[in-house]
Structure formats: structure tokens, C-alpha cells
Design a protein around this ligand. Structure first.
Ligand SMILES: Nc1ncnc2c1ncn2[C@@H]1O[C@H](COP(=O)(O)OP(=O)(O)OP(=O)(O)O)[C@@H](O)[C@H]1O
Ligand SMILES: [Mg+2]
Length: 280
């Protein structure tokens, strides 16, 4: 039987000595449409291609990750909304479902998750963390939380529950500003209540070879150094086509899918073999 590799909680690192639990990673940017869901599913696809298992947690009321993984939510299923309605230790375990993708499980989202933003309870931002308390996540190599495009309470709850953050950004001026806001948010959450939180990487997504994109990429690399992943994700129509057909990019044969497959797998390599969390 092949040896199972798992991430340590301290680093995106394949560690043959195995930590029992995988790293929990938030994939975020408050700006919409920058490629958070595409990155979440692209990394899950790359992990599966490498033979590893992923748990995707859909924290966006738009439910795009849920739909992309071919899951239709029915009344019997628990969703991330249920994890956010009360302090209930271990509740996440009952919400995990299999998906159409091999080696990828999911805690689905439902549009009712949007109601959580108007819940004024003091303990709200701790509920997600508590929902995972005591849950055996050891079958997974990574737990990826697909975040909504906001800096609201749902995002704070995810940051309280996670070990690391991938900030996904397009190389445009607005998205670059978004990264700085997110970095400040991480800094605040790290002070209290979640000191273990780290900005693992800034991921450049939907890259084109335009003057503006090249300029902003250079600006980001000068500002944040090694925290910007060397591997960027090119903008290619195959990404949308694969998503529409609910197919992992590593199994999609149309268009320029190969360039995307290589990009997501290279990004995974970078994340797993390097520890680059910064003191934010
Ligand atoms: N590398 C890419 N090449 C081409 N299209 C892409 C790429 N990445 C994402 N897209 C497309 O761009 C759109 C937005 O991507 P995605 O849904 O991943 O962004 P998001 O940040 O999750 O958005 P939201 O903030 O609404 O959740 C989608 O239609 C997606 O298919
Ligand atoms: Mg999304």
C-alpha cells in the first residue's frame, strides 16, 4: 500500500512523519470574481491527481464550489449554514458528503448562509471552529475553505477556524488593494482570537500578458516578496468550460486545459514543499 502523506498543521508541506490533522486553509479575497472558487477546485483537482484526498468547505452563499463539484443540496443534508447557527462541537462531521469528483469530499453551502451576516450573536465567529472540534480530518491532505467575496462575519468565522490563508488576486489595481485589506484583517485576527493564522501565499489568478497585469504583478512581488506564489494561474477559457461541465481540470481535455493543469499542480508543489507564512 502506498505511504499516505499528510500536511502538518504548521506548514503546507508533505510530511511522511504525518501530523494527524491536515492544514485548514482559507481561500479568500473580498473582491468578487478573482478566482477563489477556481483556485479551490483547481487545487482539489491537483491534489486528487497526486493521489491525495481533499475536503472542500463551501462558505459562500452563492454555492459555486458546491455546484462545481456536482452536489445538489437536499433537505436531508447539513450545510455550512447549519455549522454557523449554534455552538455545536463536532457538528461538521455529519455535514461531509461525497462529490462527483474522485477523492474530493464537501461540506456544501446553501443560500441561507447569507442570513448569518445579520446574526448579532457574540459567539458567531467561533461557531465554525467549534463545529470542527474533535472531528477526525486525518483522511484528508488538506481542508480548503472557499470564501465569499466580503470581509464580513462569515470570513471572520473562517479565519478563526483556519491555520493558513491563500489570498487570491487578479493583477489589477483594485485587487491589489484588496490584498492589503485582507492582510490587515489577518493581522487583526492573528492578534486575537487566532494566533496560529498565517498568510501562506498570495496567488495571482486570471493572469494575462497585458501591460497592466505585468505591472501589477511586479508591484505585488516587490511589495510582498516570496509570499507571492511563483506560479500564477493564466486566464484561459478552458477554466470556465471545465467548471460548466463540473469536471476536474486534470480530467478535462478541451482547449488549453494542459496549461491550467500544469499551473495548479505547480502551485500545489510550491505550497506543499515550502513554508512561507509571514509574520503579519
Ligand atoms: N484562470 C481562469 N481563466 C479563465 N476564467 C477563469 C479563471 N479563473 C476563474 N475564471 C472564471 O472567472 C469567473 C470568476 O471565477 P471564480 O468564480 O473562481 O471567482 P471567485 O473569486 O470565486 O468569485 P466570487 O467572489 O463571486 O466567489 C468564473 O466564471 C470562472 O470560471
Ligand atoms: Mg467563489
Amino acid at each position: 500500500m502506498p505511504q499516505r502523506h499528510r500536511y502538518t498543521q504548521d506548514a503546507w508541506k508533505v510530511d511522511p512523519t504525518m501530523s494527524a490533522q491536515p492544514r485548514k486553509v482559507a481561500i479568500c479575497n473580498q473582491k468578487g470574481g478573482v478566482g477563489k472558487t477556481a483556485t479551490t477546485l483547481g487545487l482539489a483537482s491537483a491534489l486528487a491527481d497526486a493521489g491525495w484526498h481533499t475536503l472542500v468547505v463551501d462558505m459562500d452563499p452563492q454555492c459555486n464550489a458546491t455546484k462545481g463539484l456536482g452536489v445538489s443540496v437536499d433537505s436531508e443534508m447539513r450545510t455550512t449554514y447549519d455549522l454557523m447557527t449554534a455552538m455545536a462541537e463536532g457538528r461538521a462531521a455529519d455535514a461531509i458528503v461525497a462529490t462527483d469528483w474522485d477523492k474530493v469530499d464537501l461540506i456544501p453551502a446553501h443560500q441561507t448562509l447569507a442570513n448569518i451576516e445579520s446574526d448579532g450573536a457574540n459567539d458567531l465567529i467561533f461557531r465554525l471552529d467549534v463545529a470542527f472540534e474533535g472531528v477526525d480530518l486525518s483522511p484528508y491532505s488538506a481542508v480548503l475553505f472557499d470564501c465569499p467575496p466580503s470581509l464580513g462575519k462569515i470570513l471572520f468565522a473562517v479565519l478563526c477556524a483556519c491555520d493558513g490563508v491563500l489570498a487570491v488576486t487578479e493583477p489589477t489595481i483594485d485587487s491589489v488593494d484588496g490584498v492589503e485589506n485582507l492582510r490587515e484583517t489577518i493581522q487583526n485576527v492573528k492578534k486575537r482570537p487566532n494566533p496560529r493564522l498565517e498568510l501562506d501565499k498570495i496567488v495571482l489568478s486570471r493572469k494575462r500578458r497585458t501591460g497592466e497585469h505585468i505591472f501589477r504583478e511586479n508591484e505585488l512581488r516587490e511589495t510582498y516578496g516570496d509570499v507571492v506564489a511563483r506560479t500564477g494561474i493564466p486566464e484561459l477559457a478552458a477554466r470556465q468550460d471545465a467548471h460548466s461541465s463540473r469536471t476536474p481540470i486534470h480530467l478535462f481535455t478541451g482547449g488549453k486545459a494542459t496549461a491550467l493543469r500544469v499551473a495548479y499542480s505547480d502551485l500545489l508543489q510550491e505550497l506543499t514543499f515550502e513554508k512561507t507564512g509571514v509574520a503579519v
